[in-house]
Ligand binder design. Structure first.
Ligand SMILES: [Zn+2]
Length: 346
């Protein structure tokens, strides 16, 4: 053992785990910001081993069997190598040197896969988000007006989801919804305009389309012209890390998630953002969770179909709540509409 200790094994274990898997000829599937592969520690048929290649913390984790391993472990499991063989191959392959292990670097079984480099994504910094966070954002002002919740609860909601206010066109106040992943990286900021006139029949409803601040700030020169933003993660995704054991409720719009969180804070409420975002890559962070999916009335069939092939990700239950409670003829009914009605009645 003494011999190995002269070597800093951390240099080997800090090698980019994605690149190691690629050089060992593994078929990788991209999932959001991660790569997935078939787990060598159990009889895997859907890729469930996630490779985490964040600097300083290279590891892999299987959401199916719970295996949690290092770069060296992965090479050993894939090739059937001994510890020494795996270290020797990794060290030689990546130019660290030859280790005095008395074993030669073995040859991997498969040809290396082409190395697909992830684009260098631009993330929005947390201070940029913090600058915008305020409980005086238009959507929370509507909630205050509804008079159903004490200010502390609305402040809690603002803090949890980092809600903000952004002024556009001189005086229009837009509500800011940050998309933050489980590692605290801000993918983008969605902004939406709401009708804040309490006498309007559309009070609390969205006006116009939503926009993304990342792209707007790139056009303004606040980000470099070549900045690439990730397609959004789920709104509220960072709360999955914070609440690892809670049940999850998944809805379409951020407003639905926020109203839901006020109604039942025991669940973690997330929003996919739009109908088309109900995709494998987007839903991957829900691995292993119990998820109650509450589609808008007009999306129940589409979402039920889309989730049918994704039972390996999470235990999804699709609710027809919005169909049962929608008033006659109202096709666009969602859970926020229901809750707003409910809160107005009392
Ligand atoms: Zn596994």
């Amino acid at each position: 053992m003494e011999k190995y200790e002269q070597f800093d094994l951390s240099r080997i274990n800090n090698l980019d785990i994605v690149e190691v898997a690629q050089r060992l000829g593994v078929n990788l599937r991209r999932s959001g910001s991660h790569y997935l592969m078939l787990c060598p520690w159990h009889d895997d048929t859907h890729p469930s081993l996630v490779l985490y290649n964040h600097s300083g913390d290279m590891h892999c984790h299987c959401y199916s069997c719970g295996a949690h391993h290092s770069v060296i472990d992965l090479a050993m499991a894939l090739e059937g190598w001994s510890f020494q063989e795996a270290c020797q191959w990794l060290s030689t392959e990546f130019g660290i040197g030859i280790l005095p292990f008395g074993v030669y670097a073995p040859k991997p079984k498969r040809k290396p896969m082409e190395i697909v480099k992830e684009p260098e994504y631009t993330y929005i910094s947390m201070p940029m988000v913090d600058e915008l966070v305020t409980v005086r954002n238009p959507l929370c002002r509507c909630l205050m007006r509804m008079g159903k919740f004490p200010p502390e609860q609305i402040e809690w909601l603002t803090e949890e989801y980092r809600l903000g206010c952004y002024v556009l066109n001189e005086d229009e106040e837009w509500t800011v919804f940050p998309c933050i992943d489980g590692f605290g990286r801000v993918y983008n900021l969605k902004i939406q305009l709401y009708d804040t006139d309490p006498t309007s029949t559309r009070f609390g409803h969205s006006l116009e389309n939503s926009y993304w601040l990342g792209g707007m700030w790139r056009n303004d020169g606040r980000f470099p012209e070549k900045a690439v933003f990730h397609s959004a993660c789920m709104f509220g995704e960072h709360l999955l890390t914070k609440n690892p054991n809670s049940r999850v409720a998944l809805v379409e719009s951020p407003k639905n998630a926020l109203f839901g969180a006020l109604f039942d804070p025991s669940m973690t409420w997330l929003a996919v953002g739009s109908k088309g975002m109900l995709k494998r890559d987007v839903l991957q962070p829900l691995q292993g969770r119990d998820v109650m999916v509450i589609p808008d009335r007009d999306a129940i069939i589409e979402w039920t179909d889309a989730l049918r092939g994704m039972a390996d990700i999470a235990n999804f239950t699709v609710s027809d709540f919005c169909l049962r409670y929608a008033p006659e003829g109202e096709l666009k009914f969602d859970i926020a509409d229901y809750l707003q009605q409910l809160w107005a009645e009392k």
